[in-house]
Design a protein around this ligand. Structure first.
Ligand SMILES: [Fe+2]
Ligand SMILES: [Fe+2]
Length: 231
């Protein structure tokens, strides 16, 4: 049994949003991701996809993209990215009901992996596109959702956590944030995130051990679309 993560597939089977303009690494990236997943992920494994799954704006526009994800091996857990407009955050349970376990949506809940709880939320960081007030509003909402996820796992007796975010845990230049403090407060072993694309952005946030927690970036283009083994 193994735990894998990969983020930002930005699939577009039903739209003409090709990612090829972002560099050679994106050429046929959905084929590369499927090939690596089939090679590495066993049926008994768990694969966490850390958001930005599809360019579709509605569930109907994402059908093919989500079918592609369903066909990947293992138990698939999805996190919400900033581009996942098909996912109404207030209706996550509806998505979980609709996909009946074929896809699992992580929001205000958690999933067990052995004696670990897999917790997470979209997260947020400052990228200079927001007013400060708007940034604080979104950030605080995400911190609240992440706390709900941790607390649900804790209430069920979990004491070991792997924390997933879509956004990097810190804004550029920060050495800590509400998200890293929460990871430390609950004693998360690892923090896994994506969202950062391109060489200029890959090192926006933490890599490796910081104050006893292992941080990993799993953006598809950073990993050349090969899922990273987390446990
Ligand atoms: Fe992305
Ligand atoms: Fe993103």
């Amino acid at each position: 049994m193994a735990l894998w993560a990969l983020g930002d597939l930005h699939l577009s089977f039903q739209s003409d949003k090709s990612m090829d303009i972002f560099g050679a690494v994106w050429r046929d990236h959905e084929k590369k991701a499927a090939k690596y997943c089939r090679r590495l992920v066993k049926p008994e494994d768990t694969l966490v996809l850390t958001g930005d799954h599809s360019w579709g704006h509605s569930l109907r526009e994402c059908e093919e993209d989500l079918k592609y994800i369903e066909a990947l091996p293992g138990r698939k857990i999805l996190l919400r990215g900033n581009h996942d407009h098909f996912w109404d955050v207030k209706k996550t349970q509806r998505l979980n009901d609709l996909f009946g376990g074929r896809l699992l949506f992580l929001q205000n809940n958690y999933y067990a992996y052995g004696d670990y709880a897999l917790v997470g939320s979209k997260g947020y960081c400052y990228e200079g596109r927001d007013t400060w007030e708007h940034f604080l509003k979104i950030r605080d909402r995400e911190l609240e959702r992440l706390k709900t996820s941790f607390e649900a796992a804790k209430a069920d007796g979990f004491r070991r956590f792997i924390m997933f975010l879509h956004y990097p845990p810190t804004s550029i230049g920060e050495m800590e944030s509400g998200f890293t403090r929460m990871a430390e407060e609950y004693g998360a072993s690892k923090v896994v995130y994506s969202h950062c694309h391109g060489q200029d952005r890959f090192y926006d946030s933490f890599h490796g051990d910081v104050r006893g927690i292992g941080y990993s970036l799993v953006s598809g283009d950073f990993l050349h679309f090969k899922p990273l083994r987390i446990l």
